[in-house]
Design a protein around this ligand. Structure first.
Ligand code: AMP
Length: 139
């Protein structure tokens, strides 16, 4: 499938849609998931136009993983998360719903089940507050 330049993350990258931004550099962007599976659920995307892991250049893959590690540390600290799950879905059968590659960073704690994937919209003010906590925890 050809990369859809109007997918929601491409539109966020172009500034056409808002996001609760956590981190940005020349190659990557991190922001809060609007339908989080747990408090602090954060997404990391490359600026390169790639749909999935197969399309991504090695350089963009390296930048994506470096930012994912940096933001994961901040999410763990900010949310005081005992566990942290990374997820990256490729293709509809795997559950991918936005066709611009991204890593999910999801805090986990014993006894707290994940909410359903991409189902319930979170209050934007709450997302902004989590983003501010995570920004403050970045090294
Ligand atoms: P995936 O199913 O792995 O492609 O995940 C896509 C994720 O993007 C889901 O967790 C959605 O909740 C999230 N999402 C969809 N639209 C937006 C948006 N405008 N801003 C932030 N997150 C979004």
């Amino acid at each position: 499938m050809a990369y859809d330049t109007n997918n929601v993350f491409a539109r966020i990258l172009r500034g056409e849609l808002p996001c609760a931004k956590v981190y940005e550099d020349a190659h990557t962007l991190a922001f809060m998931d609007i339908m989080p599976q747990a408090d602090g659920h954060t997404l990391v995307i490359p600026k390169e136009a790639a749909e999935n892991i197969y399309d991504l250049s090695p350089e963009a893959a390296a930048a994506l993983m470096m930012t994912t590690q940096k933001v994961a540390k901040a999410v763990k600290k900010a949310m005081d998360a005992p566990g942290l799950m990374l997820a990256q879905l490729n293709g509809t059968p795997a559950g991918q719903t936005v066709f611009h590659i991204h890593f999910h960073i999801i805090p986990r704690a014993a006894g707290i089940d994940l909410k359903l994937h991409a189902r319930a919209m979170e209050n934007p003010e709450k997302l902004k507050a989590f983003a501010e906590r995570i920004i403050a925890a970045l090294d």
